[in-house]
Ligand binder design. Structure first.
Ligand code: GAR
Length: 194
C-alpha cells in the first residue's frame, strides 16, 4: 500500500525536498497529500506549490488549538496515514499525538537523547563534542523523547566551523530520512523495545 503522508515544515524545507526527490525517483513508495507550515514565511511552502503539492498555512497565529484543529481536519480529509515532521518547530499537543500515536515521525539534528530542543546543532557545537549526528524517531507526548528509529553519526572535524558542521548534518539528514521512512513504511523497521 502506498502511504499517504503529510509533511509539516516551519522553514526552508530542504528535508521535505529530499523526500520529494526520492518519491519522484521511485526510491520511496509514498504520496504527499499535502505540506503544511505553522508560518506563512516558510520558504518551503513555495517549493511544495511549485511541484504541484497543496501547501497550507496552519492558523497557529490564533493559538495551538486552532492550528492543530485545522491540521487534524486536513489529515482526515486527505486520509493521511503518516505525518512527517521536517523542521516543524512546534510541539504537538499530547491530544493530537494520541490521535496519530506512532504515526508521526520527526528528524532531529543531534544524537538523541543528547541535545534535545530547537538549537541542537548550536548546542552540540558549544559543548565541544567530537561526535554528533542525526536521529529519526517516532513522536510521543514529550519533546524529542519518542522511540528512536535510526541514527547516523557525524564527526566534528578540527577545522569545522558551525557552518560547515551544519552543512554536513543537513547532508546526512537528507539521506537518512527517506531511508528510514522506506524501512518504516515497509514494516521492516521498528524501534528497539526496551
Ligand atoms: C533540520 O535540521 C531538522 O533536523 C531541524 O530543523 C532543520 C530543518 O531544515 N529540526 C529540529 O531541530 C526539530 N527539533 P529544513 O527546513 O531545511 O529541512
Amino acid at each position: 500500500m502506498t502511504e499517504r503522508i503529510a509533511i509539516l515544515i516551519s522553514g526552508r524545507g530542504t528535508n521535505m525536498e529530499a523526500i520529494f526527490d526520492r518519491i519522484a525517483s521511485g526510491d520511496l513508495d509514498a504520496s504527499v497529500a499535502f505540506v503544511a507550515s505553522d508560518s506563512p514565511a516558510a520558504a518551503g511552502l513555495n517549493k511544495a506549490s511549485s511541484r504541484g503539492i497543496p501547501a497550507h498555512v496552519l492558523p497557529y497565529d490564533r493559538g495551538k488549538a486552532e492550528g492543530e484543529r485545522d491540521l487534524l481536519s486536513l489529515c482526515r480529509e486527505n486520509a493521511v496515514t503518516w505525518i512527517v515532521l521536517a523542521g516543524f518547530m512546534r510541539i504537538l499537543s499530547p491530544d493530537f499525538v494520541s490521535r496519530f500515536l506512532h504515526r508521526i515521525v520527526n528528524i532531529h539534528p543531534a544524537l538523541l537523547p543528547a541535545f534535545r530542543g530547537a538549537h541542537a546543532i548550536e548546542d552540540a557545537w558549544k559543548a565541544g563534542v567530537r561526535l554528533t549526528g542525526v536521529t529519526v524517531h517516532l513522536v510521543d507526548s514529550g519533546t524529542d523523547t519518542g522511540p528512536i528509529l535510526a541514527q547516523r553519526a557525524v564527526p566534528v572535524h578540527d577545522d569545522d566551523t558551525p557552518e560547515t558542521l551544519e552543512e554536513r548534518i543537513h547532508g546526512t539528514e537528507h539521506d537518512l530520512y527517506w531511508n528510514t521512512l522506506r524501512g518504516l513504511f515497509s514494516g521492516g523497521l521498528k524501534p528497539l523495545s526496551r
